[in-house]
Design a protein around this ligand. Structure first.
Ligand SMILES: Cc1ncc(COP(=O)(O)O)c(C=O)c1O
Length: 456
């Protein structure tokens, strides 16, 4: 890439680049890379394929009002990109708790928890979160990102090592970078590879940690936790799990991956976020009382950051109560997950994972230029979904990431399926595998028509 030539012409073709191209750019001016990435985003916007940071004019419910920057109009869209899995961000009890806490405590705590920013409410939440995930104690961080970064960098120090799944969340990776220990990757959900890595490297280090996502956010599948726990025991390693996409979704009562596998109390550190099924914001790490105590003094993202606002703390507390008292939301969520997964597959898409495992459903497209055009098509069809290109996923494995919510109606899902079916026809997408006509029982008439068109 000749930066001088590109900057002189004031234009670059976004179809020939990805965001990864502008991360490193060797130049005496630090800002050259920023000027290039700016042109890249401008070109995407010009082509109408920029679908990020779309401003909402309403809550993140099943249908949203979105301000369309291209047309200047506000329009309704079906929201298939929010992690508000149980719909609790607008549950009356949860909203009421946030309002009451704001009245009682004001809008912010204006200090780090260590010095001036904690309340009785915060402590109540920590205790409730700990009990929810079956640990002795928990510590509340400003975000899930901060929880992963803080917990790993406080526990893993020089001559320690973390074994991480290759597609673990960025905050786990950043925690490893910030720690003074080493990091070893293993192939996604590949227990044999993890075993090999442990055999090879564990003896070279002091403390050992295996850190995995419970549900992987870009593949929607679950970590093989029983095998991870067994391997950790063999090698004297501790296990940490990030339950961001599992809490409220997995397990008989929504307690996450541990409950799903019947492994309560078998994982050493449970990290989670309040920003997805819990409908609020904040993160936590739960463990033994000694570990939690240690994090309070050594996790820098806790120590040197202002505490969560009282409204967020109170709404998370209320959301946990709703999860315990109103199981119908999780039941509806799973009905919706199964429905959407089944019929996306019937439409001939490459759906990941093969069977529904979480509220994240992936439709892999592959080619990224096509993905961008399809993303524009879905946007125009009123479907708010996320196209995920490289570098968030491997090159040429671009995909749509759909987040299912308990509050989606059958009509929302059918209209989404309809748009996907028509998109498949329009872009002449080959079926991932032959569609078995006798398996197709999609109820919405429009979807059935489009499907027949697409299959033949
Ligand atoms: C797996 C995973 N871990 C951690 C996080 C970070 O959580 P938060 O958004 O609360 O910072 C996310 C959210 O994006 C996530 O998907």
């Amino acid at each position: 890439m000749d930066a001088r030539a590109i900057l002189a012409q004031g234009w670059l073709d976004s179809e020939e680049h990805t965001l990864a191209d502008f991360l490193e750019y060797p130049d005496s001016d630090l800002f050259t890379k920023a000027k290039l990435s700016y042109l890249y985003i401008q070109d995407m916007k010009r082509k109408g394929v920029y679908q990020y940071q779309r401003p909402l004019m309403s809550a993140c419910e099943n249908r949203v009002l979105m301000y369309d920057e291209q047309t200047g109009w506000t329009r309704e869209m079906i929201m298939m990109a929010s992690n508000n899995y149980l719909g609790l961000a607008t549950h009356p009890k949860v909203m009421q708790a946030a309002l009451q806490a704001t009245r009682d405590y004001g809008t912010g705590l204006c200090g780090s928890p260590m010095l001036s920013g904690t309340t009785r409410l915060t402590r109540q939440l920590e205790e409730k979160l700990a009990a929810f995930v079956g640990c002795e104690d928990a510590i509340l961080f400003p975000t899930g990102y901060a929880a992963n970064v803080g917990a790993i960098s406080a526990l893993v120090r020089q001559k320690d090592v973390v074994f991480i799944d290759k597609i673990d969340h960025a905050s786990i990776i950043d925690g490893c970078h910030l720690s003074h220990g080493d990091m070893r990757l293993f192939k996604h959900n590949d227990i044999e590879h993890l075993s090999g890595q442990l055999q090879k490297y564990a003896p070279q280090f002091n403390g050992k940690l295996i850190a995995v996502d419970g549900v992987f956010s870009m593949d929607g599948d679950i970590t093989p936790l029983p095998d991870v726990v067994a391997l950790a025991a063999q090698h004297g390693a501790r296990v940490m799990i990030d339950e961001a996409h599992a809490l409220g979704v997995l397990g008989k009562s929504g307690r996450g991956t541990l409950e799903h596998f019947g492994l309560d109390g078998k994982v050493d550190v449970v990290v989670g976020t309040c920003s997805k099924a819990l409908g609020s914001k904040g993160g936590f790490a739960a463990s033994t009382k000694e570990v939690v105590n240690h994090l309070r003094y050594y996790a820098r993202s806790y120590m040197f950051s202002t505490a969560s606002a009282p409204s967020l703390v109170a709404s998370t507390l209320a959301a946990l109560e709703v999860i315990e008292q109103e199981p119908q939301w999780r039941q509806r969520l799973w009905e919706n997950i199964r429905y959407l997964h089944r019929y996306l597959k019937a439409l001939g898409f490459h759906v990941i994972p093969e069977q529904p495992e979480s509220a994240v459903i992936i439709v892999e497209i592959g080619d990224e230029v096509k993905l961008r055009q399809m993303s524009k098509y879905l946007h125009n069809a009123g479907i708010y979904t996320n196209a995920v290109p490289f570098p968030a996923v491997p090159r040429n494995r671009g995909r749509f990431r759909l987040s299912v919510m308990a509050t989606h109606t059958r009509q929302d899902l059918d209209e989404t399926l309809d748009a996907f079916a028509k998109m498949r026809t329009k872009f002449d997408l080959a079926p991932y595998r032959p569609v078995l006509v006798q398996d197709i029982r999609i109820r919405a008439r429009q979807v059935r028509d489009a499907l027949v068109l697409a299959a033949f």
